[in-house]
Design a protein around this ligand. Structure first.
Ligand code: URA
Length: 494
């Protein structure tokens, strides 16, 4: 069967799937394109289709009733420029990408040519998706690091591990084919790998679970070189870190030494570097006082360098607490979630939004609260393409208590609100107290009040609406109780 016939057959199968009311599973752009051609030819409207992505998750939970497919029309034609954009945007990992792309072509084929313009709402999104993919390709070219392997028959000479945010492996592989000539290499990612044997590209599926499995001895040499070219006098840590987004650091060999070099630089290596450089220039005078030349700097934070347990290895970054150091209430959650891990701030995802509502209903101003987590790195396990939260183990809570204690020392809160049982374990330093036995009753612990409430994720998860409302109320009452304890302490005579 030639490929045109094959794509025709795939398209027809797609029409039948939709007509049967089943979700339509597409794994890549080619499959989507074949299905979209047939669906357009049968005039099947976007809202009649439930698209499902590679991991089988339906893009839309419900689809409209399926109309009978109309007889096929002539093949639709899409301009090359739009097709290129669709192909690019198809690599952007968004849960509804196939449905969105179909809506775009549907609109275009129905005369709405503005859909290709950035001034249109769908057009703007299309442009953004294509841009995000181009950016990811660029980042992958820039931040991938090949490690040389000992020579071995049939094995690639260089290997690299990368965790792309979008599906750009195929394009990036073409780039390295052109760039690295006949040298053999392998690029592994969490979902797929490609190998170039010097003449042919092979798709080799997902081979390893992490870059750690690919590390080699040549790395020591590279790190020595990197250290030797690092000039603390020229360091602009912010620029350095903003040039390389934090999610790439953990897979860069130099990522292991940069935090240490930055803090050494801030603590004196920069001064030494300057003294050596300036001192070697004969006859130079510096017309400013040393104090002005060395203005006070913020203490380097070493939470980013924390290796007290293994969670840092799979997290994008450590997430420190936020809020005023004068806060009288400290709210302690469990650990950052997916959004928090990416943004580097606690409670910015769905649990954070629920928490905002709790604060609002309890009449507590969020800006007065210090908000943190018992564990500062995101612990997760892969599920399809998603990162699912995994409850931290006791030893991880204990390892991270070091940071929690530092926060307590700095903030000195009068009341601590523990969200859920992990936070309760961290706050009391024991796992012998059950959350359900403490709800509604404040505990006196080390000179402070501890109030316990449910974790917002629990409230989000409870399926039954009445139970959800009840759990939400427990949270609001807990926050009111925390505020009340402060008011009591402030009342005259207490
Ligand atoms: N859940 C938490 O416990 N903390 C966060 O920061 C986000 C979700």
């Amino acid at each position: 069967m030639n490929s045109a016939a094959a794509s025709g057959a795939a398209g027809l199968a797609a029409v039948e799937t939709v007509a049967a009311g089943e979700p339509l599973l597409v794994a890549n752009f080619i499959e989507w394109r074949d299905a979209a051609r047939a669906l357009l030819a049968h005039a099947i409207a976007p809202d009649a289709i439930t698209w499902a992505g590679q991991d089988g998750a339906a893009d839309l939970l419900m689809s409209a009733p399926v109309p009978a497919a109309t007889p096929a029309q002539a093949r639709v034609s899409i301009p090359r420029s739009l097709m290129d954009m669709l192909q690019n945007a198809a690599c952007c990992r968004q849960h509804d990408r196939w449905a969105f792309l179909y809506r775009v072509v549907w609109r275009w084929t129905h005369g709405e040519h503005d859909v290709q313009s950035a001034a249109d709402v769908d057009g703007a999104r299309l442009h953004q998706m294509a841009k995000a993919v181009r950016r990811e390709e660029h980042d992958m070219h820039a931040y991938i690091r090949f490690r040389e392997r000992p020579e071995e028959a049939g094995a690639p000479r260089f290997v690299a591990w990368f965790e792309p945010a979008h599906d750009v492996l195929a394009q990036v592989a073409e780039h390295f084919v052109a760039r690295m000539g006949k040298v053999s290499w392998l690029i592994a990612t969490p979902d797929a790998s490609v190998m170039w044997d010097g003449a042919t590209l092979h798709n080799t599926g997902a081979l390893v679970n992490s870059g750690a499995e690919l590390v080699d001895s040549g790395e020591a040499l590279w790190l020595t070189y990197y250290r030797s070219i690092f000039n603390p006098a020229r360091l602009n840590a912010q620029l350095l870190q903003s040039h390389i987004p934090s999610r790439f650091w953990k897979n860069l060999p130099e990522g292991a030494v940069v935090p240490e070099m930055i803090s050494n630089a801030a603590m004196g290596a920069r001064r030494t570097g300057q003294m050596e450089a300036v001192g070697s220039r004969r006859g130079t005078t510096i017309p400013i006082a040393p104090a002005a030349a060395q203005p006070g700097r913020a203490q380097p934070s070493s939470l980013d360098q924390c290796r007290r347990c293994d969670l840092w290895q799979h997290a994008t970054q450590a997430v420190a607490g936020v809020g005023p150091a004068t806060a009288r209430i400290m709210v302690v959650g469990e650990q950052p979630g997916d959004q928090e891990d990416l943004q580097g701030k606690p409670f910015v995802g769905p649990a954070g939004q629920l928490l905002e509502r709790v604060f609002g209903d309890a009449g507590v101003a969020r800006r007065t609260i210090y908000l943190t987590n018992a564990v500062k790195h995101f612990k997760w396990e892969p599920r399809g393409k998603r990162r699912l939260h995994k409850t931290p183990a006791q030893q991880e809570i204990e390892a991270c208590s070091y940071w929690y204690e530092k926060e307590l020392e700095t903030v000195q809160p009068e009341v601590i609100v523990a969200l859920g049982s992990t936070a309760l374990k961290a706050v009391l330093g024991t796992n012998h107290v059950a959350l359900k036995d403490t709800l509604g009753t404040p505990i006196r612990h080390q000179g402070r009040w501890v109030v316990t409430v449910y974790h917002p994720s629990y409230v989000l998860r409870v399926p039954d609406q009445a139970a959800k409302d009840q759990a939400f109320k427990v949270m609001v009452e807990g926050l009111k109780m925390a505020q009340g304890l402060l008011d009591q302490a402030a009342a005259p005579g207490l």
